[in-house]
Write a protein that binds this ligand. Sequence first.
Ligand SMILES: Nc1ncnc2c1ncn2[C@@H]1O[C@H](COP(=O)(O)OP(=O)(O)OP(=O)(O)O)[C@@H](O)[C@H]1O
Length: 360
Amino acid sequence: MGELSVSKEIILGALSTVQEPDLKKDLVNLGMIKDVELGIGEVRFTVVLTTPACPLKEKIRQDCEEAIHRLVHPDLKISINMTAEVTSLASSDPLIPGVKNVIAVASGKGGVGKSTVTANLAMALKQSGAKVGILDADISGPSIPVMFGAEELQPLVQEVNGKNRIQPIMQYGIKMISMGFLAPSDSPVPWRGPMMTQALRQFFGDTNWDELDYLLIDLPPGTSDIHLTLVQLIKLTGAVIVTTPQKVALSDATKGLQFFNQAGINVPILGLVENMAYFTPVELPDNKYYLFGKDGGKKLAEKYKVPFLGEVPLIQAIREAGDEGKPIASTEGPSATAFATIAANLAQQIAIRNASTPRQ
Ligand SMILES: Nc1ncnc2c1ncn2[C@@H]1O[C@H](COP(=O)(O)OP(=O)(O)OP(=O)(O)O)[C@@H](O)[C@H]1O
């Protein structure tokens, strides 16, 4: 390598030509470059991404290397430490000060796999390195405890700073609380509106969530009192709608979209997930059978101009994993990959949303 005179300013100058592809601003201006250090013929620095699940991680790394090699010196050795700090909408919500993003997972129709998608998205986000929690508010059928093998567990109440706090259950590194922990599934007592509201309030305000990057809320199907209470109680980062490609499911999903979009509620739709997009039998893994029609979710997303986060196949192993209390995203294989892709797309949409909304 020839005579080389490099300063931190020169490096930052080169990196200020690299754009964050989603946020459409340069990395230096976004404050994403940290700890630039120079050695002989070498530069080291840290790139702080907006989520550990960033699908553009490799592209950003390559763009940094390319800019420095092109603008500073082609032989400079570059060591980049890729880290992440999840962004948030407001500086903090007084009810849950340590929680950065609250995401509602909703569906129009029941049984479309909303809880399965919630459980596996949480798992995939956790595996990317994020701190994740689930609040199961689906009183019509609280399935999160079953899907995480936690149906026999009971959250403890502990005194913290003189106040009683519910300790969430921790399974697979995910903190969770569920209506199912309060009311046994065979309980004959129906939940009344005020009880649900009270429970939801406690799940936020009296639960020791500590610090979380993403708190996913598994909502009951349709739209209910719980939906209204939720949007009044907490500033949501946004909502995810789960649907199958079937006509009735799509028409109900539209109602879900409209609920969050309506004036006075104004919760942004972070995206749509198409579950049971096609059936793949175990013995013919390359065959796809479009039992409920093709691309229904994708087309609905296009029609309402909301992001399409991805599709999940109808696979026996997904159901079995749910029943066994071990979400499929915690294993390896095509289903886990599908959920990892959807989780990365969701994390990306959250980062875009947070960057486009002024902090309060
Ligand atoms: N992609 C899939 N492949 C196979 N089985 C699935 C898939 N998605 C969901 N299931 C199964 O379908 C059933 C319903 O799923 P789930 O409980 O997640 O739906 P839901 O929309 O949350 O229902 P609810 O109406 O109770 O809110 C479960 O037995 C689940 O294991």
